[in-house]
Design a protein around this ligand. Structure first.
Ligand SMILES: NC(=O)C1=CN([C@@H]2O[C@H](COP(=O)(O)OP(=O)(O)OC[C@H]3O[C@@H](n4cnc5c(N)ncnc54)[C@H](O)[C@@H]3O)[C@@H](O)[C@H]2O)[C@H](O)CC1
Length: 199
């Protein structure tokens, strides 16, 4: 091999080494990127888990809102999910097998229509009573969501005479502060909503 050949050979070897170094650098970059992605995902998972814990703790820390059994007075209000977190803690789905959410025509009923979706995902078997439907998009959308989960709506005629006999847990989201008129038998005989003007 002459000197020219040797120079050419050296150049090829050098080029190969450079190429290998480039490839290693690319591989290292890829590994670093993957690791960064894994860290980001783990951080997001940890954040979600912490948020869940904080939410549950917050809801436990507000005992004044603990709901009564068996007729829960009002699902209300600005934060239906936190109310449901309380409900889920107090009334375990394994103990309360057959449950009813009663929804009225106003905002209180709107909150009520949010409840069954969350409760369903926490394993509760539910029926919804929604005798006077509100045609607003928000309300019809909530109904569609529940129907898509196959949560059954009961007609007034299908409701038992004494609700408390047939249901383990009743979420009363019929009326909030805009209720007018007399309460009638609804209050005096728990579960009986037949005296309510809606029916
Ligand atoms: N920031 C807020 O104020 C929020 C309140 N929320 C909850 O909504 C209710 C108040 O909502 P509103 O729509 O004003 O009142 P109702 O839910 O009580 O429903 C009014 C609705 O019912 C009809 N009605 C009233 N009395 C009778 C009756 N005797 N018979 C038949 N129908 C009746 C009336 O005509 C209306 O159509 C409040 O208490 C909270 O629970 C939300 O969380 C949003 C934020």
């Amino acid at each position: 091999m002459g000197w020219k050949d040797e120079v050419a050979f050296d150049a090829i070897v050098k080029q190969n080494k450079n190429q290998q170094a480039d490839e290693m650098e690319i591989e290292e970059d890829q590994q670093a990127e993957e690791m960064e992605k894994e860290i980001e995902e783990a951080t997001a998972r940890t954040k979600a888990a912490l948020e869940k814990i904080v939410n549950v703790r917050l809801s436990v820390a507000q005992p004044k809102n603990v709901l009564l059994h068996p007729l829960i007075p009002s699902l209300s209000s600005t934060n239906p999910l936190s109310n449901q977190q309380r409900l889920i803690q107090v009334y375990k789905s394994i103990e309360y097998n057959l449950n009813l959410v009663l929804c009225g025509p106003g905002n209180n009923g709107g909150d009520g229509l949010v409840a069954p979706r969350h409760l369903y995902h926490f394993g509760y078997k539910l029926f919804v009573g929604y005798p006077k439907r509100t045609p607003k998009t928000l309300y019809t959308g909530l109904v569609t969501q529940l129907e898509s989960l196959s949560i059954p709506f009961l007609l007034v005629e299908e409701l038992p005479q004494n609700l408390a006999d047939d249901f383990d847990l009743i979420v009363d989201a019929m009326f909030g502060f805009s209720f007018h008129g007399k309460l009638g038998l609804y209050i005096h005989h728990k579960g009986s909503v037949y005296k309510c003007n809606l029916f």
